[in-house]
Write a protein of this length. Sequence first.
Length: 310
Amino acid sequence: MTRSATHSTTGRVQPRSYSDWPSALFLSSVLINTILISICTNPWFLAPLMLLQGLLLTGCQEAKHLCAHGTFIGNRNVSDAIGTACAALVGQNFFAFRYFHLAHHPVPCTEADPEGPLYARSWRTRWIWLLAPLEVPWVAWHLTRTGWSMVPRAKRARRNAAFVWWVVFALSIAVGLRHAPRTVAVAYLIPLALSAWFDFILTQAEHYGVAIAPASCRRPQGSIANDIALPFGLGWVLLHRSLHRTHHCEPALRWFEVARRIETDPTAAPIGYIAFVRRWLTDGPRLWLTDRGSRANANVPIRAQSGRRT
């Protein structure tokens, strides 16, 4: 693992404060780019800024994921606040997401995996990629609905506070659309759509090609996930969101440690983004299928994880 103390189930770490600067730099980049977009009037400059914003919003969703594990920022309260803000960007409740996601980690690609209903209902057509922006609210609804009751009783006040923040954020977007629609569109809505189209492939790649096993089955983490290699520099903008196999093997790694770890892992075999796109276009979307090609069970018992310290 790492030299930091870890939590065996969640992959949480107790990082040293000086190691927070890469995360702080990322958040500063998001803020600066948002300000630049809001004041930019030249379309030749605005277009690349919007594209960058779409990539940064993808990074924000990885920041949410890292906050769920407690590896983005060392201070837990600050981490939860950042996770709550980033989750609201895509309509999710952070604490519902956290316990949904932590339920996924011990049982990935099995019939007990809470991600099952998402993929069991997936369309078989490749045209689904074009609908990726519309999937954002659908995924948010499913994650929040499923994860809502998984939140332990002791954490439900924070879950409810995160819901209040989501309402405040949604209202602020509505007010912004009324009084400054162009700014909201170019700084948030259009980049969010661009992020959804780009990130769709990364989401599909996470466990692509892995057969769904019975709930009692446990397989090596390295055998049930994929790493996607991105062009130079892009991984840092996305907080290495594409290196999912490495994350499953060592969830306690800080995001800026993942790239170094994959270089020293002799079993790592990252797939290029374009190469995976070609494979996906040939084989089609990820579906919830057993090794025999039949549809796997996706009935997940939903319960509060009251005995888990997080």
